[in-house]
Design a protein around this ligand. Structure first.
Ligand SMILES: [Zn+2]
Length: 137
């Protein structure tokens, strides 16, 4: 059985990154199992999506209601590359704040484990969702 980080590394192999040549993989552990994602770029750069959001949206769209933790790997980051080059972008941090608890652990390959609250101490919020991922009828 592979670890969540190993699954993130595997997911990075599916990355579509012809522009950045920087494949990234993510894996999330949920109440419905593990979901993975990779970055998917587009010639219209603004349409590019990060691995973390692909994994999170796959999980939510498949019925996950609790995201326990997330692992992330930039598999081609050079040895000794600074931590900031491996960290989630601001958009992904905000999306994580929607679905993960502040104390949820985020494992970043080559960096270590930190909490979401450390990654994004003051996320934007519009109140507390009554039930994660489920809209009221
Ligand atoms: Zn991102």
């Amino acid at each position: 059985m592979s670890t969540l980080l190993e699954q993130a590394r595997d997911a990075a192999k599916q990355a579509y990154a012809p522009y950045s040549h920087f494949p990234v993989g993510a894996a999330v552990e949920t109440d419905c199992g593990v979901f993975t994602g990779c970055n998917i770029e587009n010639a219209s750069y603004g349409l590019t999506i990060c691995a973390e959001r692909v994994a999170l949206w796959k999980a939510i769209s498949e019925g996950a209601t609790r995201i326990e933790r997330l692992a992330l790997s930039c598999i081609q980051a050079p040895e000794g590359a600074p931590a900031e080059s491996r960290m989630p972008c601001g958009a992904c941090r905000q999306v994580m704040a929607e679905f993960l608890a502040p104390e949820a652990q985020i494992e970043i390959d080559g960096v270590g484990v930190i909490t979401l609250a450390e990654l994004l101490p003051q996320p934007f919020q519009l109140g507390t969702p009554s039930c994660l991922g489920k809209t009221q009828p």
